[in-house]
Design a protein around this ligand. Structure first.
Ligand code: SAM
Length: 362
């Protein structure tokens, strides 16, 4: 009897082991597929292959015609089409014509869709270099300065361009007093960490009576913003200067302060974020509002596996830590605002899944 039980246990254990080993093998295979998938999609976007296939809708296009249309080598186009088909980015009909799978055109190509992924694919594909740097810096833990070239600022802008509209159309109406103050009497808005400056132009057009001030620690961001403002003919309404949010000294100047994906870049620790938020509070007029938009990091490491978005953010940390930035979890952001004296903190309702937006008052 005991022998029998022992044999059963042995079988159960080996079934369990082979089962779990198979699952783990599948998991690793999926991970490899993820790495391939992003590069296949990246090539399709960068080379205009998706765009050309989308233009051929509804009849679709075969490999040879696609190669001819774009002036690419037929063999290479064939290999890419077949890979994109394997990865469920393209559909193939019985005549050998490819089309984008349903919804793929808006997900990959429509920059106004809140679920637009084209810019994220470009951004994450560009992080492959960071993953190499991470290996080189693993021992020293040293920081690689952020690349602030025009092209990298533009990649960030592509990912954040819907945020400004989301902030003015969805978030600010949830702080109606400040909106009527800005609409009726004007006032002053500060945007911290302006990037390419398009946010400033958007806020200036939305609040024509208000003066808009932008700061950025990066001189090339300031220069690029100034150019964009001059081209938009808004130099009288918008001022941009190079400044570090950690050193902000103004008191009771602003009605509204916006930080879009900036707070986590101002340091790597809670004390640094608290310092920035204390200064932000000090710079607000009484009753002034702060809007802090961050990435939706979960509060516990064990939650990272709960959603693909959380997994993606865990991977993004490899890039953030290399450039001296950190992560602010959703719970931490609330605590940071609370501990720096803000009141009436709330999570703003908004439709972009990659964002977590909190607002609070002085
Ligand atoms: C991810 S980008 C976001 C840019 C812009 N807010 C947007 O939504 O497109 C972060 C920006 O914050 C700026 N930044 C980082 N640390 C800063 C600091 N301590 N003070 C001011 N700006 C800072 C960076 O130079 C960069 O332009």
């Amino acid at each position: 009897m005991q022998e029998h039980q022992g044999a059963n246990q042995g079988i159960a254990q080996s079934i369990y082991q082979s089962h779990s080993k198979k699952l783990q093998w599948q998991n690793l295979t999926l991970n490899i597929l993820g790495g391939q998938a992003i590069l296949i999609a990246y090539i399709g976007l960068k080379a205009g292959l998706f765009q050309a296939i989308d233009q051929a809708y509804p009849s679709g296009i075969d490999e040879l015609s696609l190669a001819k249309k774009l002036g690419f080598a037929p063999r290479y186009v064939q290999v890419w089409c077949q890979a994109a088909y394997a990865f469920k980015l393209l559909e193939l009909d019985e005549y050998g014509n490819y089309r984008l799978v349903p919804n793929m055109a808006s997900l990959l190509l429509d920059t106004d869709d809140p679920l637009y992924m084209g810019s994220r694919i470009r951004f994450f594909a560009s992080l492959y270099e960071d993953y190499q740097f991470f290996l080189q810096h693993l021992q020293s833990g040293s920081i690689v300065p952020r690349e602030s070239s025009k092209s990298s600022l533009d990649v960030i802008y592509e990912m954040t361009r819907l945020d400004f509209k989301m902030i003015t159309e969805m978030v600010l109406p949830q702080a109606d007093k400040i909106v009527s103050r800005l609409d009726e009497h004007g006032g002053v808005i500060l945007d911290i960490g302006v990037g390419v400056g398009c946010s400033l132009i958007h806020y200036a057009r939305r609040f024509p009576k208000a003066h808009i001030v932008g700061i950025d620690i990066d001189p090339s961001a300031v220069k690029q913003s100034q150019q964009a403002i001059a081209e938009a003919g808004l130099a009288n309404q918008i001022t941009v200067r190079q400044d570090d949010a950690n050193l902000l000294k103004e008191e009771c100047v602003y009605d509204l302060i916006i930080m879009n994906l900036v707070l986590h870049e101002t340091g790597g620790s809670s004390s640094e974020y608290r310092n920035v938020l204390r200064r932000v509070r000090q710079a607000l007029k009484p009753g002034g509002v702060v809007v802090v938009c961050e990435l939706p990091y979960p509060d516990s490491v064990t939650e990272y596996r709960n959603k693909p978005l959380f997994q993606m953010l865990a991977g993004l940390q490899i890039h953030e830590v290399l450039s001296g930035g950190g992560k602010i979890t959703m719970g931490e952001l609330r605590n940071l605002l609370e501990s720096t004296g803000f009141s009436n903190m709330r999570i703003a309702d908004q439709p972009i899944p990659y964002r977590f937006v909190m607002m609070a008052e002085k």
